[in-house]
Write a protein that binds this ligand. Structure first.
Ligand SMILES: Nc1ncnc2c1ncn2[C@@H]1O[C@H](COP(=O)(O)OP(=O)(O)O)[C@@H](O)[C@H]1O
Ligand SMILES: [Mg+2]
Length: 210
């Protein structure tokens, strides 16, 4: 049975698609297969997969509408991991993917306007019956940001929004767009396990893919 992860955030640009590609890449270097289900009409991750040219690719991408998601998941029953990339707005892709997921991840940047979207995420998780399955991933942390600022942000999210935050953050690194632009994962450009890859692998290990 694949582990199903929904990437949920109503905020465009929060890092959903970056996290999706990163987790798929982390699975692939562990020899695991990953099916990405792209529910975003903008189809960024599907277009990324069109740019891929990997022999024996362990990553496959299915672009579908929400109404076809269950079928797409059934068809991916052999995969080790399914990651559902959702649209950055309040359509039903977030809710329906949360309903079916084992774990929901919400990438968020360290700005108040993004924090404010967490109430909507919590409502989605509650409606989906997945309040205990949602975790925030702090993304886009600039390298000068100290541990204290990150710890303060984590505490704020946990106290004011009652959502657990993963211990590992995603630093702002050019590796992410550079890899994405050429249809690669961050593990397939330059060093296999650079700093960006190490962070993503830590998040991946949290998913418990066996
Ligand atoms: N950690 C990061 N480091 C550098 N660039 C990032 C990072 N996360 C996201 N980005 C960039 O920010 C933009 C929006 O990210 P994306 O993953 O497409 O967000 P979403 O899918 O939530 O709309 C993209 O250009 C992406 O390359
Ligand atoms: Mg996206």
């Amino acid at each position: 049975m694949p582990v199903i992860v929904a990437i949920v955030s109503p905020k465009g640009g929060a890092g959903k698609t970056t996290l999706t590609a990163g987790l798929a890449g982390a699975a692939a270097i562990c020899g695991k297969s990953c099916t990405i289900i792209d529910l975003d009409p903008q189809a960024s991750i599907t277009n990324w997969s069109d740019r891929r040219d990997e022999a024996d690719d362990k990553i496959s991408v299915v672009s579908c509408q929400v109404g076809r998601m269950k079928k797409a998941i059934e068809a991916a029953a052999e995969a080790d991991l399914i990651v559902i990339d959702t649209a950055g707005r309040n359509d039903n892709s977030a809710l329906e993917s949360a309903r079916i997921a084992d774990i929901c991840l919400t990438p968020i940047r360290m700005v108040v306007s993004e924090l404010e979207t967490l109430s909507a995420v919590r409502d989605i998780l509650a409606t989906a019956g997945k309040s205990d399955a949602g975790f925030v991933v702090i993304n886009g942390v600039h390298t000068g940001v100290g541990d204290k600022a990150i710890a303060d942000m984590r505490k704020l999210i946990e106290t004011d929004f009652s959502m657990p935050v993963l211990p590992c953050v995603i630093t702002h690194r050019q590796d992410h767009p550079t890899a994405f632009n050429c249809g690669k994962t961050i593990f397939e450009t330059s060093e296999i396990m650079g700093k960006a890859g190490a962070e993503m692998s830590e998040i991946y290990s949290f998913l418990g893919v066996e």
